[in-house]
Design a protein around this ligand. Structure first.
Ligand code: ZN
Length: 261
């Protein structure tokens, strides 16, 4: 019995070791004097804040504890919610929007199909988001209460001396978007990461249309083109250098690399 257990532990250990040595190295996005990277809630949902010459921009709004963390981080950057130049939403799943009441006066940028989900007018169908919402409805803004600047195709927004490039990566949700800012591609949940599998397609149990999500993640990297991308990050603060190793691992076997269940 003991021997059997030991063999199982050894096998699990080997799998972990092999997986970590095959996958691209996972990186941590660190704070700088101008930026804060917040990790909120049980799934480390990322809120990224960067000071720009026009005021801070924020990418995603986190989960539990987001409101307090957001206020504190803005204060650390020497500013407050009244100065926020733009909030960029990758998608409106509950674990990425909880801080919205703190920045309700700022312009919200998002892909058009996501708007009705943010306001609770449409419900997600994927089983985990749907069941979570049935069990405990999220606190959502009332329709028409935020200034929403929506987009329907890949585009860019100038914020002070910076540019935020926005890409449609629909599939995980109907209006999932990725944003490229100062060399970091914030892919939202259009890209997922697990300890064993590394960077992969979005997880199917959270995803509205896994097939569409996989196709759009693939062509996202074509659309990014020659723009300067140094790092790619998920909405859960898992990042990788953007290089051949990352791309080969992500797409090494299209057949095997089906959505993670
Ligand atoms: Zn999500």
């Amino acid at each position: 019995m003991m021997l059997k257990k030991a063999v199982i532990y050894l096998q699990v250990g080997l799998i972990a070791l092999v997986a970590s040595s095959c996958s691209p190295r996972r990186l941590t996005l660190e704070d700088t004097p101008d930026t804060r990277v917040l990790r909120t809630g049980p799934s480390r949902s990322m809120i990224y804040i960067a000071q720009t010459s026009a005021g801070p921009i924020i990418i995603d709004l986190g989960w539990t504890g987001a409101k307090e963390a957001l206020r504190a981080a803005l204060k650390e950057l020497g500013t407050d919610s009244a100065n926020v130049a733009g909030v960029f939403i990758t998608h409106a799943h509950r674990d990425h929007i909880a801080g919205w009441p703190v920045v309700a006066k700022a312009p919200f940028y998002m892909a058009a199909p996501e708007r009705d989900f943010l306001f609770g007018d449409f419900q997600y169908h994927a089983w985990i988001p749907r069941t979570a919402e049935e069990l405990r409805p999220s606190e959502l803004p009332a329709s028409g209460t935020l200034q929403v600047r929506e987009f329907t195709h890949d585009t860019s927004f100038v914020v002070g001396r910076d540019t935020v490039y926005a890409f449609m990566v629909t599939g995980h949700t109907p209006g999932s978007a990725a944003y490229l800012f100062r060399g970091v591609l914030f892919a939202g949940d259009a890209l997922s990461h697990t300890t064993l599998a590394g960077f992969r397609m979005p997880k199917a149990r959270f995803t509205e249309n896994p097939r569409e999500a996989a196709a759009n993640l693939r062509n996202l990297f074509e659309r990014v083109g020659t723009r300067d991308v140094k790092y790619v990050c998920t909405a859960h603060a898992e990042c990788s250098a953007y290089n051949d190793e990352f791309m080969q691992d992500l797409f090494k076997d299209a057949g095997k690399n089906t959505p993670v269940r």
